[in-house]
Design a protein. Structure first.
Length: 532
């Protein structure tokens, strides 16, 4: 190790035992972390980057993990040789970690104060008032407004950005030498992403930390990393300075990753077509009730006086931060939540219809959800999942349904012979294709796509967007495309609706919104999206 190296990973190989077999997840990986730098490990899901990061402090499940070879040298000692009790003195103290999904990483039964306080108590022996003072200081440091009022909050009472900031506060509580950030911005809106990354950058400079950043977002890497390591199939195939890697990538896989950035244009849709949906003055207000008699004292205006039109064969992109009203708006359009105002679908007013009357229309309005793993039943085969809509609407015989399932799977690029498998046997991208096939099989006219790419790697995102455009071009679907990723929205939307706090701040042709935004908030969204 050189004098400027704080940690050295040498010839690291990690395997997972499965019965009699052993599957190699990390294959002979070597790299150094230099003091004060940000080193990014990038690659698609399954490339081994997170396993590598977890292996540094032996956070992988001991019962199934084999460290086949190599070492992790920190302060001239091999962390892989340390006992569990010795590693506890290092984890969260000398080496901190931010996990990808704060809602699952934070204990839902403990308050913010208790969770951060536990780290201070274990490593610093702080209790009582000194611990509370330090917790308030940490929450203020990571940008939580009025930190003292948040001490008693539970994770579910915080927004996604606030939860991630609490995770950062926990990781920084003992001012570690190294901070491992595992996909710290994947689930966040673009403006919150930018805030979190700038915060990490600022704290890194202030505390002199070394940051190991795990991500599949090359935009983030380009802006914030000093050096980059590219992983695929457990191997580290390229290491270079950030500027060099982006201007002159050497490995074919690195070049493929760089080419996978969202690109393409919306399908060439006709302008002289009728509207499939017209929405006028739509409102979803939730009453706030207080007192013994539960009198209404106000309203949460989740959707407030929104109007727009979707033409046949066109895509409306709906963008905005978490809590802006995107999902509530769509629920109202599909009659999944109560609303006021006018919703015309094929010139039919949906508002007077009850659940029985609206049911026959549902086959013409389908939805693809954000997380395909949770939206597909683990107990049903792919054939049963895709055919479920046909069964509910009593369409076709069993043989005809089987044929339509095969056709739908083939159309989304999946082998029809896979139809007898279950969701856990497919990758994230394949599961999302199954969700698209489930919507496609009913011959809908309008498909709602609710953050369909946010959980996918860039290359898989590009494949899914190509598929969605080709299906729209072939069948003439209209899409409502909800996303916080404006780079993706730009490749598919003909019109864009910008929401914030339930209000439509901007609405118009996508070209106008992207090239000449009128509202300051739209400008901020675009700057955040295309700056990283």
């Amino acid at each position: 190790m050189t004098s400027d190296t704080i940690l050295s990973v040498q010839s690291l190989s990690v395997a997972f035992r499965q019965g009699e077999q052993s599957n190699l997840a990390v294959d002979n990986v070597s790299f150094d972390l230099k003091k004060g730098e940000t080193f990014a490990l990038v690659g698609e899901s399954g490339s081994g980057k997170s396993v590598t990061a977890m292996a540094i402090t032996k956070l992988l499940p001991e019962s199934i993990t084999e460290y086949s070879s190599g070492s992790v040298i920190f302060e001239n000692e091999n962390l892989l040789d340390k006992s569990e009790s010795q590693l506890r003195q290092i984890r969260g103290n000398r080496i901190g970690m931010i996990f990808q999904e704060p809602l699952t990483a934070l204990n839902p039964l403990h308050t913010v104060q208790k969770q951060i306080g536990e780290i201070l108590r274990i490593h610093r022996g702080l209790n009582g008032k000194p611990a509370t003072t330090r917790i308030i200081e940490l929450l203020g440091l990571v940008g939580i407004p009025d930190p003292a009022s948040r001490l008693g909050a539970y994770p579910h009472q915080l927004s996604g950005g606030q939860r991630q900031r609490v995770m950062i506060a926990m990781a920084l509580a003992n001012e570690p030498d190294i901070l491992i950030a595992d996909e710290p911005t994947t689930a966040l809106d673009v403006t919150i992403q930018k805030q979190v990354l700038l915060l990490l950058q600022e704290l890194q400079q202030k505390l002199g930390m070394t940051v190991l950043l795990i991500t599949h977002d090359l935009g983030v890497v380009r802006r914030y990393a000093h050096r980059v390591g590219v992983m695929t199939r457990g191997k580290l195939v390229e290491v270079a300075d950030s500027e060099v890697l982006f201007t002159n990538p050497q490995h074919a896989y690195t070049r493929a990753l760089l080419d996978a950035e969202p690109k393409g244009l919306p399908v060439n849709a006709r302008q002289d077509v009728t509207a499939i949906m017209k929405v006028d003055s739509l409102r979803v207000w939730f009453p706030v009730k207080k007192g013994v008699f539960k009198h209404t004292v106000g309203y949460i205006k989740a959707v407030d006086d929104i109007s727009f039109t979707i033409k046949r064969g066109h895509t409306l992109g709906i963008v905005g931060e978490s809590g802006s009203g995107k999902t509530t708006l769509v629920q109202a359009l599909l009659k999944l939540t109560g609303s006021s105002g006018s919703i015309l679908f094929n010139d039919q007013d949906l508002q007077p219809l009850n659940s029985t009357e609206v049911r026959p229309l549902r086959k013409k309005m389908q939805i693809v959800f954000q997380d395909p793993f949770s939206s597909l039943s683990p107990r049903m085969s792919i054939e049963e999942i895709v055919a479920e809509g046909l069964v509910i609407h009593d369409i076709g015989t069993a043989a005809e349904r089987a044929d339509r399932v095969k056709q739908a799977l083939a159309e989304v690029g999946l082998d029809p012979e896979m139809r007898h498998r279950f969701p856990h046997e497919f990758s994230g991208g394949q599961r999302q294709r199954i969700a698209v096939a489930r919507a496609l099989i009913l011959d809908p006219e309008l498909i709602v796509l609710d953050e369909p790419t946010s959980a996918l790697d860039r290359s898989i995102q590009a494949q899914l967007m190509d598929l969605l455009r080709s299906l729209q071009d072939k069948h003439g679907f209209s899409y409502i495309f909800i996303s916080h990723d404006l780079k993706v929205v730009k490749t598919i939307a003909h019109d864009v609706l910008v929401l914030k706090e339930g209000k439509a701040l901007e609405y118009g042709p996508a070209k106008s919104v992207f090239e000449a935004p009128q509202h300051p908030y739209t400008v901020e969204l675009l700057e955040s999206a295309f700056a990283i």
